[in-house]
Write a protein that binds this ligand. Structure first.
Ligand code: HEC
Ligand code: HEC
Length: 156
């Protein structure tokens, strides 16, 4: 277990992706309610504006569910996503994902394969399983606590 933590700490040495680091975009109540009921309300900065447009246009067929919204909430959320979108695009497809991007894989590459399959995590999209501030849009290192491994620790 100790070794795993040290390996994880090696992630610190990755090139900095300024922007996301420590910068928490406050999540509006509508977004948290409507887009945080089935999963973590994902940070808007982690997909491009085009990806969010695609996501919002396909809510009636959203990853096997119907996540349709009333027109007012949809317009409000779309405008906010558009304004806060990042420069990093998904790998394409009708249903854009953060978790399949090269960036996501690189940032999480030291998470052991068996950890992703842990019943407390189940999906890489379950950000809040490890990032304790995810529901508020926070992903800082101090708030990482990985099921079966523990707190993320910076090596000094
Ligand atoms: C009715 C439930 C439901 C609602 C409401 C919902 N989603 Fe989802 N969403 C899902 C499911 C199920 C997945 C697939 C999760 C997985 O793979 O673990 C998903 C996945 C996603 C993903 C891809 C995550 C990844 O793997 O990177 C994005 C982006 C997303 N949703 C955005 C939204 C947005 C934006 C809203 C609000 C407009 C929303 N969702 C509302 C059920 C929902
Ligand atoms: C299995 C646990 C786990 C899950 C699930 C997970 N992460 Fe992470 N995440 C980590 C670890 C470990 C790191 C590396 C620590 C570091 O370098 O900050 C990390 C790093 C990050 C970082 C960089 C933080 C920084 O300041 O460097 C972001 C942003 C991030 N994750 C977002 C997400 C998002 C968004 C999701 C869900 C779509 C997610 N993570 C799911 C464990 C997880």
């Amino acid at each position: 277990m100790k070794r795993t933590l040290i390996i994880l700490a090696g992630l610190i040495a990755l090139p900095a992706y300024a922007g996301e680091h420590g910068r928490a975009v406050p999540l509006p109540a509508t977004y948290k309610t409507e887009c945080g009921s089935c999963h973590t309300p994902f940070p808007p900065t982690l997909l491009s504006a085009a990806d969010w447009q695609k996501t919002m246009a396909g809510l009636d067929k959203h990853f096997g569910t119907d996540a349709s919204l009333d027109a007012k909430a949809a317009a409000e959320i779309s405008a906010w996503l558009d304004k806060n979108a990042g420069g990093r695009a998904s790998t394409g497809g009708a249903e854009p994902r953060i978790t399949t991007t090269a960036w996501f894989k690189r940032e999480h590459r030291e998470v052991p394969a068996k950890t992703w399959q842990d019943s407390r995590i189940k999906s890489a999209a379950n950000c809040a399983a490890c990032h304790k501030g995810a529901d508020q849009g926070r992903y800082g290192e101090r708030e990482i606590n990985i099921p079966g491994i523990g707190r993320y620790q910076e090596r000094d």
